[in-house]
Write a protein that binds this ligand. Structure first.
Ligand SMILES: [Zn+2]
Length: 754
């Protein structure tokens, strides 16, 4: 054996050895019990972050132990297309080349992003290998694989058939100049000085007014309430009263909501859910209607109860001017602050003002899906570890609203809905025509362009809420255009345990479903875990897993959240390279206590590098002892128990206790605790104590037999935690073992009597 363990000489070779041995591949043995984990798919074009490393360390630990315990283990690897995130990364590349997504039609853009992802995809796969993950690569899945897409669209069709899909209005960031929606991340903010208007809203049955401040008086035609902060004493008496919306026949309630900033304007604000994201949320909380007064061309469209109709059809800026003029004439402007500085949302592409706009979106009705999903956790059919995270699940299930599932990005699974351009004349379309984007309703566009040209250059399509549509995987007729929205990533990854196992009909699905444990970061309990439980029960009648383990977030060394802008992001590969994968895995595992967030445990990584050296040195010592002895050392199973000493009995009993403790801890997902038991047993009881005293003993045939037995057992216990070095030593001690060809990865997990 080399004097020092050099992980760089072993890790790659050992991974190859495992892979070639077939140990990773699950076989569906009817005589065995399956044990299945589905790997939460990392971003296909991304890189491993410390959270991914922790996830792999924990899941590999669970899988390796069960494999050694004789279960038919399956750990399915996969990667995620990470819709929006990836598209943004790709668009950054485009920008460097002086281009943007608007230079491409939808299909070309999709192909380009696909090429970009496939070029980068092997990087993350290599990193998963480097971590020692004993995943079954023959069952690898990507979230945009054709079979995954088929299952996901079939689920959508089933939901639609079951009347659980509907289209409804949703507030999005819309740029009327670009003619498209922008995701929150694509919206930039700039500071600008605009007049702040203080408008008097008369109170009903009173001569008094309530004054609200706004920079957007023209949107008042969409007001549905006035809101004040419940803590604001000035308005206590007015809550529950009614105000008269100027320039209309509308009466609106005065409500209280914690969102209102007491220090803004007068402390009373108008609630315009059709044109403001915060107000949209307030309206949802208070069950208020939403009125849209600006169309997707950025022109005013007034509701029928408006008394002042002169601004109908005008642009927003002109309408604002005229509205203020009218209010002044009616003496309803109390004051204008011309020095008001505020943050304005603009589109990242052209810096145009974002117009929060109500657009139809696809929704999933969640009531019938969430109730059984809530029930299985309440009943304990699905257990959440650590237990203290469970209340989050219950709160989410109680408050979950219908789920908007359409996203205005190209990189994803396109919603299989089709619109006839003959039946839907007012589809709003943007398409690329000879390198230039054209926008407008399809009826007018068809006067200038052939349908085929529009179809070929199609970028986006916005169908009114009343549009007629057909749900189908294939184009239902010559005059049909497909919905350009894609599914929310969580809609497809919410079906991940199903699609990875070949739902609805496959041998794998029949044997391995439901899986055993879902392990992930607590951050995505609501976004992901809850959706998987909902879909699992909806489609199969059974929740997709029995246990959920939620790990904490790894923070930076300074205790802050890792972020590029703070410059405190830890690259796990640097640690892996310097201290070895085992030390990194074990360091992180012992840093996570009870699923709480924790600072990157650099000291622990170092301590486990030292631990690796320690167990390496023990192996060298044992090897040396065996080589220097002429006598035959019997295997422990052949040693007569009456020949062993008290010292032997002591280490054997401590070993049994360690096995019990490790098992108990791991059964309860207490990984750090289990790691600690093994560490102290090997370092204190075995190395510092037993090994030292055994040097003095004359009955070498007994003491060495016990030493070998205890040490090999320790390697087995440690293997799921530190797989590389334990397998390396196991190989070095080949000649000392009863079955020299046996690999540690498939050796039998120790139990008390063996
Ligand atoms: Zn724009």
């Amino acid at each position: 054996m080399d004097k020092i363990y050099n992980h760089k000489l072993y890790e790659e070779k050992i991974y190859e050895l495992w892979e070639k041995s077939g140990a990773f591949i699950a076989k569906r043995d009817p005589k065995k019990k399956p044990y299945t984990i589905v790997l939460p798919p990392p971003n296909a074009s991304g890189r491993m972050h410390t959270g991914n490393v922790l996830m792999i360390a924990i899941e590999d630990l669970l899988i390796r132990r069960k494999r050694m315990q004789g279960f038919e283990t399956l750990w399915i690897p996969g990667t995620d297309h990470a819709g929006f995130e990836t598209q943004i990364t790709y668009e950054r590349e485009l920008k460097k080349a002086g281009k943007s997504r608007f230079d491409f039609d939808r299909n070309t853009l999709y192909k380009n992003i696909e090429n970009f992802v496939f070029k980068n995809k092997n990087l993350i796969e290599k990193q998963i290998r480097n971590m020692g993950a004993s995943v079954d690569w023959t069952r690898y899945k990507f979230t945009l694989d054709p079979d995954v897409v088929n299952t996901v669209t079939a689920t959508f069709q089933k939901l639609h058939k079951d009347k659980l899909i509907y289209r409804d209005n949703y507030l999005v960031n819309f740029c009327p100049i670009c003619g498209t929606t922008f995701a929150d991340l694509e919206v930039k903010h700039k500071t600008r000085t605009d007049p702040l208007y203080y408008i008097k809203y008369p109170l009903k049955d009173s001569h008094d007014f309530i004054v609200v401040a706004t920079v957007r008086p023209e949107t008042m035609f969409g007001d549905v309430a006035i809101s004040v902060n419940p803590k604001d004493k000035r308005y206590n008496k007015l809550i529950g009263k009614t105000a008269l919306l100027p320039l209309t026949k509308r009466e609106i309630p005065i409500i209280e909501d914690f969102m209102v900033d007491i220090n803004f304007g007068t402390g009373a604000v108008k609630i315009t859910p059709g044109h403001d994201p915060n107000d949209f949320q307030v309206a949802k909380r208070h069950n208020l209607t939403t009125i849209s007064v600006i169309d997707i061309n950025g022109k005013m469209t007034l509701p029928s109860d408006a008394d002042y109709k002169n601004i109908d059809g005008l642009t927003v800026n002109k309408a604002r001017e005229k509205t203020v003029q009218e209010l002044k004439e009616k003496n309803l402007i109390e004051n204008i602050d011309n020095t008001y500085e505020h943050s304005v949302a603009v589109c990242y592409k052209g810096g145009h003002d974002i117009e929060p706009t109500i657009l139809p979106n696809w929704f999933v009705k969640v009531k019938t899906l969430k109730e059984p999903a809530h029930e299985v956790v309440k009943k304990g059919d699905v257990k959440i570890y650590p237990k203290w995270q469970e209340s989050k699940y219950h709160r989410w299930m109680e408050s979950m609203l219908d789920w908007p599932i359409s996203r205005q990005v190209v990189w994803g699974i396109r919603i299989p809905a089709w619109y006839s351009v003959i039946e839907n004349e007012n589809l709003f379309i943007t398409f690329l025509n000879k390198g230039k984007t054209e926008a407008g309703d399809v009826k007018s566009l068809l006067k200038k362009y052939a349908f085929k040209e529009i179809e070929k250059g199609l970028q986006t399509l916005i169908a009114p809420q009343t549009a007629k549509y057909v749900i189908s995987n294939n184009k239902p007729g010559d005059d049909f255009l497909q919905e350009t929205d894609t599914f929310d990533t969580w809609f497809s990854s919410g079906q991940w345990p199903l699609v990875t196992l070949g739902y609805p009909n496959s041998d794998d699905f029949n044997y391995f479903y439901p899986t055993d444990v879902l392990e992930t970061a607590w951050e995505i309990l609501r976004l992901w875990v809850s959706r998987m439980i909902m879909f699992g029960i909806y489609l199969t009648g059974k929740p997709p897993f029995k246990d959920v383990y939620l790990h904490g977030i790894v923070r930076a060394l300074d205790g802050k959240k890792m972020s590029k802008s703070l410059g405190n992001v830890i690259n796990p590969e640097e640690y892996q390279d310097e201290f070895g994968t085992d030390a990194l895995r074990m360091g992180l595992i012992s840093g996570t206590a009870n699923g709480k967030d924790f600072n990157f445990p650099r000291d622990k990584v170092l301590a486990y590098r030292n631990f690796a050296n320690k167990i390496w040195n023990i192996a060298r010592f044992i090897l040396m002892m065996f080589e220097s002895k002429e006598i035959e050392i019997p295997f422990f199973s052949e040693v007569m128990l009456d020949k062993i000493t008290n010292s032997d009995r002591d280490i054997l009993s401590k070993m049994e206790k360690t096995i019990t403790n490790v098992d108990l801890s791991l059964n309860k997902y207490r990984f750090a605790e289990a790691a600690d038991f093994i560490y102290h047993f090997i370092w204190d009881d075995l190395a510092s104590n037993f090994l030292e005293t055994s040097k003095q003993r004359s009955d070498k045939n007994i003491s060495l037999s016990v030493l070998r037995h205890v040490y090999l057992t320790s390697l087995k216990l440690l293997h799921p935690f530190m797989p590389f070095i334990t397998e390396a030593i196991w190989g070095e001690l080949k000649d000392l073992r009863k079955y020299p060809d046996e690999l540690l990865i498939t050796a039998k997990w120790p139990n008390k009597s063996s």
